[in-house]
Design a protein around this ligand. Structure first.
Ligand code: WT7
Length: 670
């Protein structure tokens, strides 16, 4: 294994995976590993960053954010109160102001004569193209807003959205925002039972879904599956069905309605409702350290300020000339902030792609970049590692010279993947922004600024203006250089406001360890001598698989719900491809031993309970699990066993023989 110049240890993931025969590329990347920092290209001048901003933000953060909120957004009623911090951690921003998110994303651009501008270049899986302009989006959004009202949806009601990557997903979100309904988007890759849970706990009144979803040439009957799981939910009054693939979809008279019929009969004019800045905009469920997902709540004014400000600054957006593409799914926060709200609020032109990166072939992304002359591309390290494995011949088939800026998000990027991205995709000329943030933070908090910040491969570098991260030691002492627990010490506008209907869990999860005014991120990080942040990873029981957050407890409870299983413990193991992979230690009832068929069955069971991405990569049969005397499963030891490490301290175990037996078994199997 080659060592990195930065010594972060992050290269432990996938250093040797430049799976190409291209020896000279391999050699070049190895040489680049010695380069510790990359200065911004001299001709790249940031459009939006002014050094005075950083000074202003440091001197008076609320005043700085007020300035951003006023200049970037249109307000129906200007705010006079900037930050109400009288009851931490329940912070409120721009409280007496009123605005509408959909008006900021659509109406103001159309009013300024940009209605014919393309908002979304949509690319379907079978090669279809749709040009969706700002006027188109506004027209559909107004009709759907009226349609939702017809179905009885009012201000504050929750609307579920379970849609694939089609433009209707943006319309659905914006229509909710227009009337003050609160959307709750569920990632299209989740199983219907996960949709059910999220609808049930949020009392969703309406669900907007689709007839079917396409994946690599096959069509899954989504509506049918949704009916089977959600048919009896009491609070769910209506299901709106988008006709997308044409696959048969059962329509229950009185409850279900076709999206296109609802739009056809709806009044075309729906004035945007002026909403309090603190009116809830959406809930997005994310995994935490218990099996119950957390309903992260974002509100109107602060969230849109954060998404708009960061999207323009971090991606150096020129709304007139850039073609921007974020390859995430809209069902994650990345999609909310950087496919829908940030780009639309800034009046950008984006690409939206329905399909998979390897269908019909492994060059489809690069083909799209060439065709639409994409200038800014934002993706996840796991996707880059997959492309590395496939080899540089796929991007090599296309002209990628339109690209001028690249971004990553979701997990630490190992320096070699960073360099490959820089070299093979960016042609060595594009700055890379490694953006650190979370569902909870609403918007990017730590990232290089293109044209401003020197980058170091593997580091998210420094905080954006107005953001105040710090590292603390276990006992709460500030760490100025070295590793520690990442915290944010001052509130920022796009932070979550609470966990939906669970204020107590909100305080407990984020604001109990170091006091009520210190936000605890859940990541460990390292701060180097230049003040650069290197994110190490989660310190709670959350697993990051391909940049997707999963809770060990959630996966465990899915496994245990199988009739053959007595007990299960789930841990993460590092994985070249996905960053982390799920390993499940499983005890079967009556101490039976499982075989390959049982493994396949358990994996399938998890797929139907949560979704395919939660399937354990490895299942290890355990006669017993290592527990403390109080009965707590010691995951730390299981991680050591899974990764074949020397076992740590076992003296606190109830039965130390259990680990030895397990370790022996794993060693044999390997
Ligand atoms: C967790 C948040 C933010 C959208 C995608 C994930 C990890 C995120 C980075 C990065 C290292 C990162 C952290 C964080 N993470 N970005 N650039 N470098 N780690 O959102 O599902 O809320 O997950 O993703 O561990 O806490 P999320």
């Amino acid at each position: 294994m080659t060592s990195t110049a930065d010594g972060t240890g992050l290269d432990a993931v996938g250093t040797d995976i430049v799976g190409t025969d291209d020896v000279s590329l391999e050699r070049e990347l190895d040489q680049l590993l010695a380069v510790e920092r990359f200065d911004p290209p001299p001709d790249f001048v940031s459009r939006w960053y002014r050094p005075a901003d950083a000074a202003a933000a440091a001197a008076d953060p609320p005043a700085f954010w007020a300035e951003q909120a006023r200049t970037l957004l249109d307000w129906d009623t200007p705010f006079t109160t900037v930050l109400d911090d009288s009851n931490p951690p329940f912070y409120r921003w721009f409280t007496d102001g009123r605005l509408n998110v959909s008006a900021n994303c659509l109406d103001r651009h159309v009013a300024a004569g940009r209605g014919d501008k393309v908002a979304i270049h949509w690319v379907g899986e079978e090669g279809e193209r749709r040009r969706v302009t700002y006027s188109d989006l506004l027209a559909d959004t107004q009709r759907l807003a009226n349609g939702l009202k017809e179905l009885g949806v009012g201000k504050g009601d929750v609307v579920g959205i379970f849609l694939p990557m089609i433009p209707e997903v943006a319309v659905a979100m914006l229509a909710c925002a227009r009337i003050g309904a609160v959307h709750n988007v569920v990632f299209g890759g989740f199983a219907p039972s996960a949709v059910r849970e999220r609808m049930e706990v949020s009392d969703a009144k309406v669900l907007i879904t689709v007839d079917g979803a396409r994946r690599k040439g096959r069509t899954a009957p989504v509506k049918e599956a949704v009916d089977a799981e959600l048919g009896d939910l009491k609070a769910l009054e209506h299901i709106v069905v988008v006709r997308s693939t044409g696959i048969a979809a059962p329509i229950r008279e009185g409850r279900d309605v076709w999206y296109h019929e609802l739009l056809e009969r709806a009044d075309p004019v729906a004035p945007p409702e002026p909403l309090d800045a603190e009116h809830p905009l959406f809930i997005l469920y994310s995994s935490g350290s218990t099996a119950k997902p957390k309903g992260i709540l974002h509100t109107t004014g602060g969230y849109l300020t954060g998404a708009t400000y960061t999207h323009r600054l971090v991606f150096d957006l020129d709304a007139d000339s850039d073609v921007y593409w974020c390859s995430a799914d809209v069902g994650w926060i990345t999609g909310h902030s950087y496919i829908v709200y940030g780009p639309l609020s800034n009046g950008a032109t984006s690409v939206m792609f329905e399909g998979a990166p390897d269908y019909p072939d492994r060059d489809i992304w690069w083909k799209i970049i060439e065709e639409f002359k994409v200038t800014i591309f934002y993706t996840a390290p796991t996707a880059i590692r997959t492309c590395i494995k496939w080899g540089p011949q796929y991007p090599g088939r296309h002209d990628l010279s339109s690209l001028r800026l690249l971004g990553t998000v979701g997990e630490p990027i190992n320096p070699k993947a960073w360099l490959w991205y820089h070299k093979v995709i960016g042609g060595g000329r594009c700055p890379i922004v490694d953006t650190w943030w979370q569902t909870e933070t609403g918007a990017i908090l730590i990232s290089p600024l293109p044209g401003v910040t020197s980058t170091k491969p593997g580091s998210a570098t420094t905080p954006l203006p107005g953001i105040f991260p710090a590292l603390l030691s276990e006992d709460g002492q500030p760490v100025t250089e070295g590793t520690g627990v990442l915290v944010i010490t001052k509130p920022w506008p796009s932070m979550l406001r609470t966990l939906y209907r669970d204020d107590e869990r909100y305080v407990q999860t984020y604001f109990s360890r170091f006091g009520r005014d210190v936000y605890v991120v859940g990541d460990a990080a390292r701060l180097d001598a230049d003040g650069y942040f290197w994110i190490i990873g989660r310190i709670d029981d959350v697993i990051n698989v391909s940049g997707h957050r999963l809770s060990t407890a959630e996966v465990e409870s899915a496994i245990v719900s199988h009739e053959l299983v007595a007990e299960a413990a789930v841990v993460a193991q590092s994985d070249e491809q996905t960053g982390q992979a799920i390993v499940a230690f499983v005890t079967l009832t009556g101490n039976q031993s499982g075989d390959d068929a049982t493994i396949a069955e358990l994996r399938e069971h998890v797929a139907t309970r949560i979704g395919k991405l939660a399937r354990p990569k490895r299942v290890i049969w355990a006669d017993d699990l290592p527990k403390t005397r109080s009965g707590k499963i010691m995951r730390r030891l299981l991680r050591d066993i899974a990764e074949g490490r020397e076992l740590g301290d076992v003296t606190t175990l109830r039965d130390p023989d259990v680990v030895a037996a397990l370790a022996g078994k794993v060693a044999q199997a390997d």
